[in-house]
Design a protein around this ligand. Structure first.
Ligand code: SF4
Length: 448
C-alpha cells in the first residue's frame, strides 16, 4: 500500500511574541536555547549573535533567579531588535513575574510553577496580569519526568498526566481571557512525545482551544543520533500538520541546532517539495513473518538531508502501521549505509534496539561540566552495552527528573562534581568528575 504524503497545517490562533507571530497563518518558526551562564553577559550576547546569524527566530535563556532577570535586561538591550527572548523559569514564580516585565515570553513548567497547589491558580493569574500589561507571551512547557507530585499520584508519568498538567493551566488562562500562549509537551522517548502531543491536540479540540504548539524531543543527544531522534519525533508531528515552532535539542553548540531545524521545516513546509513530486515514495508492505514493513524510496543525494527526511517520514509510519521492519531505498548510497540508517531510525522510534541508547540534555546556564567532552567519554566507555539507556545530564535541578526512563544517569551535582543514578535512585553522590566514568562502569557491571 502506497502512503499519500500530504500535510495540512492544524488551524491555530496566532500568538504574537515580540516582533513575530506563532501560529498556523505564519511559517513554522525555528528556535534554540543558549547554553551560557546567563550572568556572563558578554558570552551570552556573543552566543545570541551566533544563533541569530544562524537564523534562530526566538532565543531562550535559563533564568534561575532575579539576578538572571537583571542579566537578561542587559542581554535584551544588546540584541533587542534582532529576535524575541524567552526566559526559562523553573521552581520560582516570583522570577517568572519579574522576567515577564523584561522579555517577550516566559516559559513556565506547570510541574514546578507553584509547590503549594492552593496558591497555584492565584499565582498563575498574577502572571497573566503582568503578561497582559507588558504584552508578554507565555509558553507552558511540560516535560516527561517533571510532573508535579499531585499529577504523578493521579496519572503517573503518562501522556494523560502531561496533557492534564497543560490543560489545567489553559483552562485558567481561557477563563481570564488570556490567549497569548504557546504549548510544549516534550519527552526524550519519541513515541511518548508524539503520543502526548497527539492527545493534547485532541483534548484541546474537544475543549474548543487552538493554541499553537512548540515541538521538540528533549535530551535527544548529539551527532547523527541526536538529529535522527529529533527528526523522528518532530517529523511525525509536522507530517500530521501539527507544530508552529520547533527546537531540535542537541548536546552541541545551540547554533548547530538551527540548520537541522530549518531543513525539517523546509521539508514539510513547501507544497512543491520533493514529497509531492513523486520522487519520495512511502509504502507499507506485509513481510514474510506477517508483520508490516515500511519501505521508503528517495533520490535525495545529500546524506544529511536524506537521514533527516527518512527519519521524519518513517518513525510515524512504523508506529501508525504497527510495522517492525524498515527498508530504505536510495540509489545514491550503499546498501550498508542504508541498513545502518534504517537500524538507527528503528532505534530512535524505539521499535527495535540495536545499540546503547544515550539520553543527554542540550546543556544550559545550569550545566556543571563540559557536556560534549563528557558525552564522548561516557560513549567511549559504554557503547558496547547494547540495550541500556544511559543519561548524561548537566544539572541536578532538572536532570534526574527529565532523564525519565534511563537505566543509569550521570548527573552534574556541583562544579566538577557528579552524582550517579541507577534508575531514579541516586547511588553515588558528589564524586569528583575525574572518577565518574570509571565509577559509572563499575556501577553498571555490579548492578546490571
Ligand atoms: S538538565 Fe539541567 S543543565 Fe541540562 S538542559 Fe536541563 S536544566 Fe540545563
Amino acid at each position: 500500500m502506497q502512503i499519500k504524503l500530504e500535510n495540512k497545517r492544524r488551524k491555530t490562533i496566532n500568538v504574537q511574541v515580540g516582533n513575530i507571530f506563532l501560529g498556523s497563518d505564519y511559517p513554522i518558526r525555528v528556535q534554540t536555547m543558549a547554553n551560557t551562564n546567563t550572568n556572563d553577559i558578554d558570552a551570552s550576547v556573543d552566543q545570541a549573535r551566533r544563533c541569530i546569524e544562524a537564523g534562530t527566530e526566538l532565543l531562550r535563556f535559563t533564568t534561575q533567579g532575579l539576578r538572571e532577570v537583571e542579566s537578561l535586561k542587559e542581554i535584551h538591550a544588546q540584541v533587542l531588535t534582532a529576535v524575541p527572548l524567552v526566559a526559562d523559569v523553573h521552581f520560582n514564580s516570583e522570577v517568572a513575574f519579574a522576567a515577564a516585565e523584561v522579555v517577550e515570553a516566559v516559559r513556565i513548567n506547570p510541574g514546578n510553577f507553584s509547590k503549594d497547589f492552593s496558591k497555584q491558580e492565584e499565582r498563575f493569574v498574577h502572571l497573566l496580569d503582568i503578561c497582559r500589561e507588558h504584552e508578554t507571551a507565555i509558553r507552558i512547557g511540560v516535560n516527561h519526568g517533571s510532573l508535579s507530585e499531585r499529577m504523578m499520584d493521579k496519572y503517573g508519568d503518562t501522556p494523560e498526566g502531561m496533557v492534564e498538567s497543560v490543560m489545567e493551566f489553559l483552562r485558567i488562562a481561557v477563563d481570564h481571557d488570556f490567549n497569548d500562549i504557546v504549548i510544549s509537551v516534550k519527552a526524550s522517548n519519541t513515541r511518548v512525545m508524539v503520543e502526548t502531543v497527539r492527545l493534547l491536540v485532541k483534548t484541546m479540540k474537544h475543549e474548543h482551544m487552538a493554541f499553537p504548539l512548540h515541538l521538540g524531543v528533549t535530551e535527544a543527544g548529539e551527532g547523527e543520533d541526536g538529529r535522527i531522534k529529533s527528526a523522528v519525533g518532530i517529523g511525525a508531528l509536522l507530517a500530521d500538520g501539527t507544530g508552529d515552532t520547533i527546537r531540535v535539542s542537541l548536546s552541541e553548540a545551540p547554533e548547530n541546532e538551527i540548520p537541522v531545524a530549518q531543513d525539517l521545516v523546509n521539508y514539510f513546509a513547501d507544497e512543491d517539495s520533493i514529497r509531492y513530486d513523486g520522487s519520495v515514495v512511502a509504502e507499507v508492505l506485509d513481510n514474510i513473518g506477517g508483520n508490516a514493513e515500511v519501505r521508503y524510496t528517495s533520490y535525495e543525494d545529500n546524506w544529511e538531508l536524506f537521514c533527516l527526511q527518512a527519519a521524519a517520514e518513517c518513525g510515524r509510519l512504523l508506529w501508525d502501521y504497527k510495522a517492525t521492519e524498515l527498508t530504505l531505498v536510495n540509489p545514491n548510497f550503499s546498501e550498508t549505509k542504508l541498513n545502518f540508517l534504517s537500524k538507527d531510525i528503528l532505534q530512535a522510534a524505539r521499535v527495535r534496539i540495536y545499540k546503547t541508547e544515550y539520553i543527554s540534555c542540550p546543556g544550559c546556564g545550569r550545566t556543571m561540566f563540559d557536556l560534549e567532552e563528557t558525552i564522548h567519554k561516557v560513549k567511549a566507555a559504554t557503547s558496547h552495552l547494547t540495550g541500556l539507556k544511559i543519561a548524561i545530564m548537566g544539572c541536578i535541578v532538572n536532570g534526574p527528573g527529565e532523564m525519565a526512563d534511563a537505566d543509569y544517569g550521570y548527573v552534574g551535582a556541583g562544579r566538577d562534581r557528579i552524582s550517579l543514578y541507577k534508575g531514579k535512585e541516586c547511588v553515588l553522590k558528589n564524586i569528583p568528575q575525574e572518577e565518574a566514568v570509571e565509577k559509572l562502569l563499575e556501577l553498571i557491571n555490579n548492578t546490571k
